[in-house]
Design a protein around this ligand. Sequence first.
Ligand code: PMP
Length: 298
Amino acid sequence: FDDRDGVIWYDGALVPWRDANLHVLSHGLHYASCVFEGERAYGGNIFKPSEHHQRLHDSAEIMGFEIPYSVAEIDAAAAEVLQANGISDGYVRPVAWRGSEMMGVSAQKSRIHLAIAAWEWPAYFSPEARLEGIRMTEGRYRRPDPRTAPVHSKAAGLYMICTLSKHEAEQKGYNDALMLDWRGQVAEATGANIFLVQDGKLHTPSPDCFLNGITRRTVIELAQKRGYEVIERAIFPEEFAKTDEVFICGTAVEVTPVREIDQYSFTPGDITLNLLRDYDELVKRSHDMAAHASTSAA
Ligand code: PMP
């Protein structure tokens, strides 16, 4: 991923892709003092950029450090990266971490770095997998108790359990892992939130130990616009037996139907497919609106 042309925004300047390096004694690498974002651009414009960059700030604050750029500055930098790389439909990855000034558990005076990369990335799952619905299996690890880890930060350290669970799921032939939480309740996927359809209503776990995703909140709004009832509550995996539809949602996966979770199978139905289409239309419309706004401004 590192040996290619292009530019990356790095601490305030655009640098060649291959030169966007950091020192091996970076605190962020050894102690996971690192937070990041995942954003999508449609038609050259990021969907909800300020929400993502505010969350980046909030994630850093939870991790005890402050990003030395404002949300508005990060919005502008991310737009600059897309433009400089000529990317229209792609993924944007801001990452902030403690530098290499101090090595040890305590590193309060280390410098905080920020980099923003972007690349073309049309789909997370193959179009066939997305349309048919993906297959999931329960992950080996569980989302920790909020007293055990800073679960509301999009912190690199929390992705250790996601990567391990996703690798294991893939090795068994599944597309993704279902993450339960420490209580055994359904939490989310490894990089997306989850919704269930039961008796024509949407049910989704209360986000008390995982990210309340920007896509999750967008989907709830879209569902309510259609008059679907949305219930946030504790959900246990046994309930999959009386569940008609399941989908996951996140910036990368957008709205993706789920066809199987271990012994349970589901058929993507009207509610899932309507929300999938509503979301696709919304992200495209927001790019049309942004394109229109920039044309009028120019
Ligand atoms: N949970 C996890 C673990 C994630 O990595 C993501 C993606 N950021 C989400 C949920 C969904 O968040 P969003 O909709 O803001 O992308």
